[in-house]
Structure formats: structure tokens, C-alpha cells
Design a protein around this ligand. Structure first.
Ligand SMILES: Nc1ncnc2c1ncn2[C@@H]1O[C@H](COP(=O)(O)OP(=O)(O)OP(=O)(O)O)[C@@H](O)[C@H]1O
Length: 273
């Protein structure tokens, strides 16, 4: 059932209640929904979804993470809850909460063996993601961070059309092919009228362990050109580093100053969205 008063887009939406296809669960009060998207797989979407959620949680906000990457769900591992299972009562699914209180829903929290593949066709996957919005008891949240499915296909489109998103943070890496595909994702978001809050360039450089020099493997000019062509803000550049790649094994927060700066700028942008 569509319910304008409980919708995160209430007040900024041009649709009437009768023309709205979004189903809001009346038991949930979610203030803002932020998608983390790329268009290209393997660029760090899930990693950044977790880092952004943790940064918002550290600021004292109530945060949830929805793992909409149904065929490659990695959020439970990254948040150290891979052995937990979500409970269901009737048609309601209860999210699993992390130690710091972040509520999480992922297909891997519903299946017995995380190593089993999900061999479903697009519409079934899209239906599962919609259920993560309508049937999960998120309760009161300041922010729901959605780790978007990779690509700009059917599932991403359904998520973007059926969940009222406040904005999208795009993740890219400094490679020509990636920025071309990320441009498609940015154009897709704009066509559906979802604001793109900015781009995080992940794996931008490696820090020399001896002299701290930034070693850039890819051409930086290509990224500058991409940002200006797409008229999109750069939220920051993240180094390629072990502290980030070992997020699923390491429970200690990442202390690197550059990572902190990128997360601070991103969370401020989300808070002001
Ligand atoms: N800045 C970084 N430094 C080092 N490793 C990183 C960094 N960002 C991501 N990785 C690693 O790259 C791999 C892919 O990251 P991640 O799973 O977050 O990408 P994704 O875009 O969500 O992928 P998929 O599309 O498959 O879901 C992971 O092994 C992750 O640990």
C-alpha cells in the first residue's frame, strides 16, 4: 500500500498518492534512502556502502544497510554477521543488527549456506529486492544505505523505480572503461530523477610505504575529464590499501586520514541531501 506520510520522499515528490507505485511499510519510518551504485562490478560498491553506513552510525544516526546485490551479497561478511540469520514472523522479516546497531538485510541472512548460488531470473531478483523494502521491519531509521545491484539492467531499474531514493553516491575507479560505464549509471539516475550526490573514486592510488608518495597507476586526466563531462562532484579519492581490502576480517576502524576525509565529505553531502 502506498502511504505518502511515511515515505522518505514526502514533501519533495511530485506524484499524487494514487499515481505512486511505491509500497511503503507503515511500520517503517525511514527518513532518507541513499543508493551506492556504480554500473560496473567489483569497483568497491559494497565496501563503500559499509564504510558510509559505519560513518553515519558513528555520528549517532540510526542506520540500516540493504544488500540489493542479490546474486553477490557481501554485506554480512563485511559487517561481521555472516553467521547470523534473519528471523521471519508471518510476512515480516526482521533485520539482523550488528554490534554497533546497524540493521542489515541481505539474502545471505535468509539462506542456510552462503556458498549456494541464487539461480533466479531478473524479475524474481527484482521482486526479492522490493520485498527487502516492503517486508523488512526496518523500524525507525535516519538513513537506509542500499548496496545497489551491479549494472544498469532490469534489477537496478526496478530498485530505482520502486524505492523512493533521496540520492545516489556513485563509485568509480580511474579507468576509461569504468568511467564510461559509470556515466551510463549517472545518466540512468538522472532520467529517473534521482539526484547524484557525487562520485567517490576508489582505488585511485597506492601509498608508497617508504615515502608516502601517491603512486597513480591509471591516468588522472581521464577522471578529471569524466567529472567535467558529467558535471558531477568528486567526493574524494580513496587509496588502494590493505586496511580496506581486509574489512571483512578486521573489526578495527580505519584510521587513515585520507579515508576519514572522504567519508566525512560523503556523509556531510548525505546529511545535507
Ligand atoms: N580501496 C580499496 N583498497 C583495497 N581493496 C579494495 C578497495 N576497495 C575495494 N577493495 C576490494 O575490491 C574487491 C571488490 O570490492 P567490493 O566487493 O566492495 O566491490 P563491488 O563493486 O561491491 O563488487 P560487486 O559488483 O561484485 O558486488 C573486494 O575484495 C574489496 O575488498
Amino acid at each position: 500500500m502506498s502511504n505518502c506520510s511515511s515515505c522518505p520522499s514526502h514533501g519533495s515528490c511530485s506524484k499524487s498518492e494514487s499515481s505512486c507505485g511505491v509500497q511503503n511499510n507503515p511500520n517503517n519510518k525511514i527518513k532518507k534512502i541513499i543508493g551506492v551504485m556504480s554500473g560496473k562490478g567489483g569497483v568497491g560498491k559494497s565496501t563503500l556502502s559499509v564504510l558510509i553506513a559505519k560513518a553515519l552510525n558513528k555520528k549517532g544516526f540510526k542506520v540500516g544497510v540493504m544488500d540489493a546485490d542479490i546474486t553477490g551479497p557481501s554485506i554480512p561478511r563485511l559487517l561481521h554477521i555472516k553467521d547470523e540469520k534473519a528471523m521471519t514472523t508471518g510476512e515480516t522479516i526482521h533485520p539482523v543488527a550488528t554490534q554497533e546497531g546497524i540493521k542489515v538485510m541481505s539474502l545471505n541472512l535468509l539462506i542456510e549456506d552462503e556458498n549456494q548460488p541464487v539461480i533466479w531470473r531478473g524479475p524474481v531478483i527484482a521482486g526479492a529486492v522490493k520485498q527487502f523494502y516492503t517486508d523488512v521491519l526496518w523500524g525507525e531509521l535516519d538513513y537506509l544505505v542500499i548496496d545497489m545491484p551491479p549494472g544498469t539492467g532490469d534489477v537496478a531499474l526496478t530498485v530505482m523505480q520502486s524505492i523512493p531514493m533521496t540520492g545516489i553516491v556513485m563509485i568509480s575507479t580511474p579507468q576509461d572503461m569504468v568511467s564510461m560505464i559509470v556515466s551510463k549509471a549517472i545518466n540512468m539516475a538522472r532520467k529517473i530523477d534521482i539526484p547524484v550526490l557525487g562520485v567517490i573514486e576508489n582505488m585511485s592510488y597506492v601509498l608508497c610505504p617508504d615515502c608516502d608518495k601517491k603512486i597513480r597507476i591509471f591516468n588522472k586526466e581521464g577522471m578529471d575529464q569524466f567529472l567535467s563531462n558529467m558535471d558531477v562532484e568528486l567526493l574524494g579519492e580513496l587509496p588502494m590499501m590493505t586496511e580496506i581490502s581486509s574489512l571483512s576480517e578486521n573489526v578495527m576502524p580505519i584510521t587513515n586520514e585520507e579515508v576519514q576525509n572522504v567519508l566525512e565529505k560523503t556523509t556531510q553531502k548525505i546529511i545535507n541531501a
